[in-house]
Ligand binder design. Structure first.
Ligand code: UTP
Length: 299
């Protein structure tokens, strides 16, 4: 059966975005017209997913509410003659089933994925981080490409990678490719946050994965690392060491990852989505020109 189940971890505390995230999930922050996690879910639907399992946690109820069908709101819009706004709720009717389970303690991304095991069972599945948008306005099909390669190569895992400037490798999990790097390549190892001079490439893990259920065995065996967190990267490394075939797929040129995990990249994402907006972009670009002139000398 083709892969149609995506696990979306949204249980993290988002401390790098405090105070914004004190009482709202970072996955619900707006980027242009939509909250981040809506872009993620729409991307998954376009890539052929039919089931989405959210790994939620404390303070994340707004995510569940967002994906409910709000019959009262629909009635209200109809009765008050605002039918044109019904289009804004079209995402409620995506051909998707939603499931929710709680990560009861925030013990890292690896632990969050392990919380999916009782629902995923023996199926292959996608993991899509709920705080990252792939491609402008989430137009990427990379998850479909990854799932296709996963199936045709009978891989144990496929990971999305993006090229980052060499000096930024210190912030990411970095690929050690097994040979030549094309759109798709085999992985020899992953290196977590290497020094610039030690980095085996400038290909950084980019928030999308496809796994066979074998990953759960490795997650269960993974010892907690820094901050008591179970790292997904450690489990993937152990899988490779045991001979599992793990492949990388490069994000296509022009489809960057927008990371809503820290303020700098959140601001960048919002600015680019606004400047590129088909309806408002022209005015915002004019406005931005005056702002750039105003702040040209600012430090
Ligand atoms: P991050 O690595 O950005 O961690 O999560 P975080 O805890 O949310 O944020 P900081 O570091 O405190 O600022 C990447 C994705 O994994 C989820 C997050 O919700 C986010 O979508 N995550 C992370 C979990 O579901 N559980 C965790 O324990 C950690």
């Amino acid at each position: 059966m083709p892969i149609d189940l995506a696990v979306v971890p949204v249980a993290g505390r988002g401390t790098r975005l405090l105070p914004l995230t004190k009482s709202q999930p970072k996955e619900m922050l707006p980027v242009g017209f939509k909250p981040v996690v809506q872009y993620v879910v729409e991307e998954l639907a376009r890539c052929g997913m039919h089931r989405v399992l959210f790994i939620t946690g404390p303070g994340k109820a707004a995510i569940e509410n967002h994906f409910d069908v709000d019959a009262e709101l629909i009635d209200h819009l109809r009765e008050s003659g605002k039918e044109e706004l019904l289009d804004e709720l079209a995402f409620e009717r995506e051909d998707l089933q939603y499931f929710y389970t709680r990560q009861r303690r925030q013990l890292g991304l690896g632990h969050a994925v392990l919380c999916a095991e009782p629902v995923v069972g023996s199926q292959n599945f996608v993991v899509a981080l709920g705080d990252s948008i792939i491609g402008l306005h989430a137009q990427s099909q990379v998850v479909r490409t990854m799932a296709d390669h996963f199936e045709s190569a009978a891989a144990a895992a496929v990971i999305a990678f993006e090229e980052v400037p060499r000096e930024e490798v210190v912030h990411y999990g970095i690929a050690r490719p097994a040979g030549e790097v094309n759109e798709v390549f085999d992985l020899e190892d992953l290196v977590e946050k290497p020094e610039v001079e030690d980095a085996p490439s400038n290909l950084a893990v980019a928030a999308r994965y496809v796994f066979s259920p074998a990953i759960f065995d490795y997650l269960r065996k993974t010892e907690p690392g820094k901050g008591g967190e179970i790292q997904l990267t450690d489990a993937i490394r152990a899988l490779i060491r045991d001979g599992g075939r793990v492949m990388g797929v490069r994000l296509p040129a022009g489809q960057p990852r927008f990371d809503i995990g820290n303020f700098e990249s959140y601001f960048q994402a919002f600015v680019e989505f606004a400047l590129a907006d088909p309806g408002h972009g022209r005015q915002i670009r004019e406005f931005a020109k005056t702002l750039l002139a105003k702040y040209a000398e600012a430090r």
